[in-house]
Design a protein around this ligand. Sequence first.
Ligand code: FAD
Length: 262
Amino acid sequence: MNILLVHAHPEARSLNGTLARFMREHLEAAGHTVQVSDLHAMRWKATLDADDFPARDRATPFRPAGDSQQAYASGQQTRDVAAEQAKLLWADTVILQFPIWWFSMPAILKGWVDRVYAYGFAYGVGEHSERRWGDRYGEGTLAGKRAMLVVTAGGWASHYAPRGINGPIDDLLFPIQHGILYYPGFTVLPPFVVYRSDRMDAARLAQVQAELAARLDTLATVAPVPFRPQNAGDYDIPAMTLREPIAPGRTGFGIHQVEGGA
Ligand code: FAD
């Protein structure tokens, strides 16, 4: 299988750097082909701005989505963005790996998403009409590929439990798993989360790596997070709200998963 690992940590000798090397070695030993986008090593440009579109008409105001659409459609994207899109198309499975910083991904990785997920590539795909709101949430350019988060958090597992003060981990990761991965079509695998990551020693690292190895060994077979596809009848169109008979009386992120699994 072709696997793309997108890694966002500024220090190669960090826990995340150690886990990235471990993942690459483990996956290659299992016969997979691995590409790593080490965003800091690549000196990835994190901000989406007018410099990303050198061919645009400078006399008109910069339009992030419109200029993205134009550049993607006309093959005038910057080389770094086009290269990352090619890696995504090449991959069967994509792993995003990062430390949780302020309840989300580090800015450099968010910037990778902002720039690589072009209009026409990750959004604005498919028919948009009164009958259909595009190919997204289970459909789209990246449909058929699997994706998984590997994240470290300083907080304890209990801090991220259903009644934990930080909020449930599934809710925290919802914007990434549902909004960034499921939206352009990925099948989303359950995340691998290392809690209390600032308290690590050799023995605990060995245990974490054994658990991570087990997850990597089941990338192709593990049951995905059962998010509801947009275009399978669960949502009213064009309001895009979950139809009333489904999950009656419930609200919140959890309603966008099928109860009891896929
Ligand atoms: P490191 O700092 O590199 O290492 C962590 C521990 O692992 C250290 O004890 C280190 O000695 C040990 N270690 C590293 N490599 C090895 C090795 N090879 N062998 C053995 N031991 C090793 N946490 C939250 O829960 N929620 C937040 O919202 C949040 N926001 C943050 C915002 C910022 C800006 C920052 C800096 C941190 C935040 N944190 C938060 C904490 C953060 O998630 C953790 O610090 C991070 O996950 C640890 O990963 P690391 O790779 O940076 O670890």
